[in-house]
Ligand binder design. Sequence first.
Ligand SMILES: *Cc1c(COP(=O)(O)O)cnc(C)c1O
Ligand SMILES: [Zn+2]
Length: 432
Amino acid sequence: MSTVVETPVDTTPEPGSDRPGVREGAFGNATGLVCRECGATQELGPHYACLECFGPLEIAYEFPAVTREQIEAGPANMWRYKALLPVPADIEQSPNMEPGFTRLLKANNLGKHLGIDNLWVKDDSTNPTNSFKDRVVACALSAATEFGSKVFACPSTGNLANAVAAAGARAGIKTVVFIPANLETPKIVNSAVYTESLVAVNGNYDDVNRLASEIAGEEEGWAFVNVNVRPYYAEGSKTLGYEIAEQLGWRLPDQIVIPVASGSQLTKVDKAFQELIKLGLVEDKPYRVFGAQATGCSPVSVAFKSGQNVVRPVKPDTIAKSLAIGNPADGPYVLDVCRRTNGAVEDITDDEVRAGILLLARTEGIFTETAGGTTVGVLKKLVETGQLDPTLDTVVINTGMGLKTLDAISSQVGPAATIDPTYAAFTATGIA
Ligand SMILES: *Cc1c(COP(=O)(O)O)cnc(C)c1O
Ligand SMILES: [Zn+2]
């Protein structure tokens, strides 16, 4: 006699088994990926290029009714907008840096200096690693986790590496970050404290980016936040747009000035404004989007001014290293947004970038990095050249923190005097 013990056969399908590896609800209200060039669709997954035309993919959604009250009841970070992002409903429970909901400061002093009636600074230097990159990384980390990636990686002009290394450390996932070797020391240290695998590459960002794409193709299970999970990553920038509208009292600004590196942020702030209009969360009205570049890396500005649709790559040479992408992936889409909204793309010299840093510091008490110096300097130029209407409500985005780019400004500021510790020595300075 023998007893046959039958192994029960489990006939219930794996959750989300029609999409292998993707948990049901993992991407919230996102429904798929859509090609920005030809409109072909793909299922949600770790894809970034269209199978038909190799165009860039972006996230498509079917939004439920979302109310201001629902959003306002959410946490004081970017997850208050989770219904509008490709993240699961329980995203707050995952270990993340909780970036966002940074301050929107009414900048009356800077406004007065520039002759702008109503000006606000959206200050993203107060994010966990002191740049807006914490927002995009938070969305990318969520996607990488859902895809079961074992390495969290990026090519970076500096700030992205800081954000990836920190977020990966907190989430307990291995990080590998790639940067141009000639980066500012504070940006190198700000990554190296979080990760043992910081790789400095002899070359500029575009070289680093090419290398990252090659590695992404060779290594299994590596999530390069801005390469193979770029569609998810990019959505994080929308939260800047949502926050600005909410903090203005649920209305859109008339004009907004945004720095341009790859151009992703600018296009996603516009996408956010469009979504808010469609959802009825703000009133539909015209707004103008302006892009800011440094002349030493201004391929999008050059294309805008010469009326072209193609962005010709350049070799970057500017102190605004966080914006130094010579071949910007979203450049053509920046042109589309700025032309459609009756805005512009403008560029300024490195001296004007430094002046922009000092101007923001001395009018508003905000120490920005070279990217912010570029944005504030371009704002000034847009007013002076009559491209921006100073009577309209204007927002300028400060994307990063001045302590990371001290070298850019340290030769211009310092002690007014060095004296012996006596009252007589002090009065001799003439400061009192
Ligand atoms: C990356 C970066 C930008 C530009 O971002 P894109 O989305 O690539 O255009 C602007 N400011 C700072 C400080 C950055 O680090
Ligand atoms: Zn396509």
